[in-house]
Write a protein that binds this ligand. Structure first.
Ligand SMILES: Cc1cc2nc3c(=O)[nH]c(=O)nc-3n(C[C@H](O)[C@H](O)[C@H](O)COP(=O)(O)O)c2cc1C
Length: 191
C-alpha cells in the first residue's frame, strides 16, 4: 500500500476484534511514530503502551476521572462512549509531550511558542502511527477524550509533562464509510 492509498483508506475505527496485535507489528507502528519530523528535532514525545490486564485499570481510572469531572460540573462530551471503545481495543498508546506544561499551569510566552511547535511534532508522530497501522492492517482511533480524565490518567501513568492524546489500536471489526470532508473551495485559498 502506498502512502496516498493509506491516507485514503484510513478510517477512525471504533470496533476491534478480540485478537492481540503481534509485538513486532506494534513495534513497527511505534517506530513509525518515532520517525516523524519534529521542530529542531526535539522529538518531544513519549509513548506509554497499555495492553493486556492493564487495560481494565486504564478503563477504571478513566471512568473515575469522568465521574469526578461530572461532579465538578465539567463537560465530558463523547468520553463515555470513547472509553467503551478503549475497553475493547487490544492496545492503547498514550502520547505525552515530556517538556509540555500541564494545561492548568501558567504558560510563559516562550513556553507557549515551544508548545505550539511541539504539539505539531506530536501530531505528526501520531499520524505516522495511524498510517503505519493502516499499512499493516491494523485499525486505529486517535483519542482526545482522555483529556476529560486528565489528572487521573496522568497520575496513574506516572508520566511528567503534558498528556496530548491516546491512540487505540486493533484489528478492525467494522469498515466505516468515509466521513465527509469540506470541499477544497472552502479550505484552500490561492492568492
Ligand atoms: C485530535 C483528534 C482527536 C480525536 N478524538 C477523538 C475521541 O476522543 N473520540 C473519538 O471517538 N474520536 C476521536 N477522533 C476521531 C475523529 O472523530 C475522526 O478523525 C473524524 O470524525 C474523521 O473521521 P475519520 O478519522 O474516519 O476520517 C479524534 C481525531 C483527532 C484528529
Amino acid at each position: 500500500m502506498n502512502t496516498i492509498e493509506a491516507i485514503a483508506a484510513r478510517r477512525s475505527i471504533r470496533r476491534f476484534k478480540d485478537i492481540p496485535i503481534p509485538e513486532e507489528t506494534m513495534e513497527a507502528i511505534l517506530q513509525a511514530g518515532i520517525q516523524a519530523p519534529s521542530g529542531k528535532n526535539r522529538q518531544p514525545w513519549r509513548f506509554v503502551v497499555v495492553k493486556g490486564e492493564k487495560r481494565s485499570d486504564m478503563v477504571r481510572i478513566m471512568r473515575d476521572g469522568l465521574d469526578n469531572a461530572k461532579r465538578e460540573g465539567r463537560a465530558t462530551g463523547s468520553a463515555e462512549w470513547t472509553v467503551k471503545v478503549m475497553e475493547h481495543a487490544p492496545v492503547t498508546v498514550f502520547v505525552f509531550d515530556p517538556d509540555g506544561v500541564r494545561p492548568w499551569l501558567p504558560h510563559a510566552v516562550d513556553q507557549m511558542f515551544n508548545e505550539l511547535v511541539d504539539i505539531q511534532s506530536v501530531g505528526a508522530a501520531i499520524q505516522n502511527m495511524l498510517l503505519a497501522a493502516q499499512d499493516l492492517g491494523i485499525g486505529s482511533l486517535w483519542i482526545c477524550d482522555v483529556l476529560s480524565a486528565y489528572e487521573e490518567l496522568c497520575s496513574w501513568l506516572g508520566e511528567k509533562g503534558e498528556m496530548v492524546a491516546a491512540v487505540s489500536f486493533g484489528y478492525p471489526d467494522e469498515s466505516p464509510e468515509p466521513r465527509p470532508r469540506k470541499p477544497m473551495g472552502e479550505t484552500v485559498r490561492v492568492l
